[in-house]
Design a protein around this ligand. Sequence first.
Ligand code: GTP
Ligand code: MG
Length: 198
Amino acid sequence: MIIKSAEFKCSNPRVDMCPQTDLPEYAFIGRSNVGKSSLINMLTERNKLAMTSSTPGKTMLINHFLINKEWYLVDLPGYGYAQRGKKEMEKLWNLISHYVLDREQLTCLFVLIDIRHEPQKKDLEFFTFLGENGVPFSIVFTKADKQSNSKNSLNVQRYLDVLKEQWEELPPYFVTSSTARKGRDELLEYIEQINKSL
Ligand code: GTP
Ligand code: MG
């Protein structure tokens, strides 16, 4: 897919304030600092479209980016960033969970996982939450440039093995790097196929 246009549309603190259109949405979610905003910039080839930071907790609102005037990429706050305090974490969890459960335009949810790490409790709990609520998702492994391909393959396999203990069917998954532009074609192709099928 060729990205002809990518525009920031709006940032919202509540789901009911998000754009009232029936355009399909593809959202990125995952722990703070996993690379959600960077992935949006990589996919759109616009370095400063989504705000990124090496300090976790940068994205605090639901951000809509209109792509090719046909569909949205959505950047969400990270989950599980304890430094913010309990109240703030609850607020963010409310925002994320409402978006995931109530946003009818949500067409595919991509859960981002740092490829370097062992399966983390917070992520596994999030998968369980999605499963319990019947929300389909795909997995995007991020930061593949940070270690060797063989280590990446090993970690992905280990991750899938853990998922197999809980799930009969494994979700589609992608291995990406925003700095090395890895996985861009595969992800855009996947989105294009879904858009065509709608
Ligand atoms: P929050 O909005 O805080 O939840 O974080 P986020 O998930 O949006 O992460 P963000 O895109 O802001 O990236 C966090 C840090 O990781 C930044 O310093 C990025 O430069 C870095 N980063 C993101 N993706 C990659 C990647 O593929 N490779 C490398 N080497 N660094 C990355
Ligand atoms: Mg972000």
